[in-house]
Design a protein around this ligand. Sequence first.
Ligand code: HEC
Ligand code: HEC
Ligand code: HEC
Ligand code: HEC
Ligand code: HEC
Ligand code: HEC
Length: 343
Amino acid sequence: MKKYIYFMMAFAASLVLVSCEGPMGPPGENGLNGTDGTNGVDGNATCLTCHNLTTKSAVTAQYDESLHAKSTTVARSTGKTCSKCHSHEGFLETLLTGRDTTAVGVPIPTRVDCQTCHGFHETLDFAKDGPDYALRTVKPVKFMAYKTVTGNLGGTGNLCVNCHQSRAMAPGDNPSDVNWNQTNGTYTITAQNTRFGPHYGPEGNIMSNNAGYKTGTVQAASHKSLGCADCHMHRPEKGVAHHKFKASVDACKKCHTTATSFDYQGKQTEIAGLLSTLKSQLIARGILNSTTDLAIPGTYPIDLAGAFWNYKMVYSDASKGIHHYQYIKAMLQQGIAASAPTK
Ligand code: HEC
Ligand code: HEC
Ligand code: HEC
Ligand code: HEC
Ligand code: HEC
Ligand code: HEC
């Protein structure tokens, strides 16, 4: 009952207050506008362009089609000289140690995969610091065969150069190479070294004017400031960076608007022709085995061994001139001159 009385009293008081309110006064002057606050970054929108299942599955589907994913060479990584480039485990170990080989072979190697190339972002302030693809490294690469030479490509290209580089020096570049007879100018290819050459992927060296035999002075690559990804990971208008790693003509069109194929200005045709001339000359000179495409052991004038080396460089680069037309042509010209038929 008491509660009720208090309530009634409070109610009556409020009526008194309301009824006591007089007529409204005139409106006051408008206050000054406050300064606009800075726009907040929509954290979700920034992150979700990449971090969502649609993107991830699109990238993964492409990746599974790539030679990185389908690799037939992972098993080579049980050897410590091969694991750096042919396995996930070897790449991460050598990235940390800075060495060319792992301490021991990787007993159960796994393929190069998302987490081989990607780790964590350096920055999440993309507006200020530019795009960050959470790559393990984009640092310039000290070449494993040429310790005093550093390759530095544009964009994210340096990541690729870590693996896509020559494993050996051109003949004559290593003063303590026992196969090089500096007195009589010959070079010996031994029976254990029929795979004489740079190994399969010297793209990083070629784009940096490195590892060719007697090329003379050549201008820097027209495409040097491009990263490998600019051509090999082209993004379609609405899509993600291409994870099949196949070069695309659409990428070329960004700069060469009239390009309809990779054979822009007929350069690939020209290079393929020179490469085939060199190949037949090397076979005729008895240094190249036409069946295995490997070297025939023997002692040769060093310029002929160099011609063989250049053949392997251009063949393994596999771009038919596109990576660095001028340098690739210079290698072929040396090769063709040095392997010319003897009368
Ligand atoms: C341009 C694409 C892109 C954008 C935008 C992006 N990320 Fe990433 N992020 C990646 C990639 C690629 C990886 C590494 C591969 C993976 O883990 O999927 C990664 C990895 C990560 C990881 C580590 C995951 C792990 O498993 O180690 C975190 C955490 C992360 N991102 C947070 C963010 C946040 C927070 C934002 C927004 C501020 C963001 N990312 C925006 C592409 C992006
Ligand atoms: C961890 C080492 C490693 C890194 C990093 C790497 N690659 Fe590779 N790449 C390989 C190996 C090894 C193969 C060959 C796989 C096989 O045949 O088993 C290969 C194959 C390729 C091929 C296919 C070649 C063919 O004959 O069809 C392309 C193209 C390629 N890589 C481009 C790139 C690009 C572009 C990057 C950088 C975005 C890159 N790679 C980064 C090791 C690497
Ligand atoms: C510096 C990195 C690197 C090292 C070290 C390396 N490789 Fe490779 N290897 C590559 C790359 C990159 C490719 C792919 C090139 C391409 O397809 O254009 C490749 C390709 C190959 C292929 C050819 C695959 C095919 O498509 O036919 C074989 C075989 C191979 N490597 C064996 C080995 C062996 C054996 C070792 C160790 C003795 C070794 N590699 C060490 C980078 C390396
Ligand atoms: C200017 C564009 C461009 C750049 C930059 C570029 N490439 Fe290529 N690359 C090509 C083209 C074009 C081919 C030949 C494709 C063909 O003829 O089918 C090719 C061929 C290759 C091949 C042979 C296998 C294949 O897919 O045909 C490999 C491996 C390769 N490039 C790796 C690299 C690496 C690693 C880098 C950076 C060091 C790089 N490329 C930079 C355009 C480029
Ligand atoms: C051989 C190295 C390599 C591997 C393996 C790799 N990526 Fe990438 N990824 C890159 C590079 C380099 C870029 C940046 C491309 C550029 O520079 O434009 C990238 C970009 C991306 C992006 C951003 C796409 C965009 O359009 O901005 C995503 C997401 C991504 N990767 C996810 C993955 C996932 C998921 C996998 C495994 C299925 C994977 N990546 C495997 C090298 C790699
Ligand atoms: C970011 C711009 C850019 C892209 C992308 C690009 N190029 Fe080029 N390219 C150049 C420049 C700059 C030159 C030197 C000047 C000229 O000849 O136009 C050049 C020159 C060339 C040459 C003449 C020989 C040489 O190396 O100097 C060929 C052939 C060529 N590019 C083919 C290609 C192909 C094929 C692609 C795609 C796979 C491509 N380019 C992608 C910028 C680009």
